[in-house]
Design a protein around this ligand. Structure first.
Ligand code: ATP
Length: 239
């Protein structure tokens, strides 16, 4: 039989208290691949990432490397190798870049390994090395996004959940970050689930995509097919 997907959701429901937001989603994320979750404002993209992380009440199944993780605590899910870069980016603005990065490695005892990982992160994000002593709050938006991704990678995740990495960034910066993301996927073999309103960019780097509308998946398939779809072009790509 085939190896299980890195992440698989089957009939995933999610709610905030009594307010149901996700209505039975089925999706998969492959190891070493990028899956894009697209949709308009309020479609439930952020909520889907929160559901995977155990931050909200869910029903249905979420499997990570074949094992059920739904219903588990957020920290337990993180320790399994799922790193979440939330839309606020989760950066501590009063702390320096170095301090934020060290927080990404707080649970690790292997000092030499951590140093090597820092060096690897600076290979992807050279500007972070120049800004190590700078307060994170003084970084540009793009640098803050890079810091958030670098910090998440220091946990050696198998799955990276990115919430709207393009948010508030200039197009050129967004392209840079997506290019680096592709490199990271190739070199680290990590699986990525990226939530984006910027559909054209997400579809350019994704191999699989899902379109979410009011808590339901209305389209799923290879990213290249979805990019060619007329309705998607009109509604989400603007051409
Ligand atoms: P956005 O781009 O705005 O983040 P999204 O697709 O990520 O859009 P969600 O943030 O997942 O959408 O929101 C989906 C629905 O859940 C919306 O109707 C929203 O109002 C509702 N919602 C989000 N957060 C909460 C919350 N903390 N409590 C109650 N309802 C919420």
């Amino acid at each position: 039989p085939d190896a299980p997907a890195l992440l698989e959701a089957v009939g995933l429901h999610g709610a905030y208290g009594e307010s149901k937001v996700l209505h039975g989603l089925d999706f998969v994320v492959d190891q070493g691949g990028v899956t894009a979750l697209l949709g308009a404002n309020g479609a439930g993209k952020t909520t889907t990432l929160r559901a995977i992380c155990g931050m909200i009440r869910t029903a249905g199944e979420i499997r990570f490397n074949g094992a059920r993780i739904d219903g588990r605590a957020t920290d337990a899910i993180a320790r399994l190798g799922i790193a979440h870069v939330p839309d606020g980016r989760g950066t501590f603005m009063e702390l320096t870049v170095a301090e934020n990065l060290r927080l990404g490695a707080y649970a690790r005892r292997d000092k030499a390994g951590v140093a090597a990982d820092f060096a690897r992160m600076f290979g992807y994000f050279p500007t972070l090395r120049e800004r190590l002593r700078q307060q994170a709050g003084t970084l540009s938006g793009g640098e803050q996004q890079m810091l958030a991704i670098a910090r998440a990678l220091l946990l050696h995740p198998k799955l990276l959940l990115l919430d709207e990495p393009s948010f508030g960034l200039a197009p050129r910066i967004v392209r840079d970050i997506f290019t680096i993301m592709q490199r990271i996927v190739q070199e680290e073999g990590v699986g990525v689930l990226v939530v984006e309103q910027n559909a054209s960019l997400a579809l350019a780097i994704a191999d699989r995509a899902y379109l979410l509308e009011t808590g339901r998946i209305v389209m799923a398939g290879p990213a290249a097919d979805i990019r060619r779809d007329e309705a998607v072009r009109r509604s989400y790509l603007g051409y």
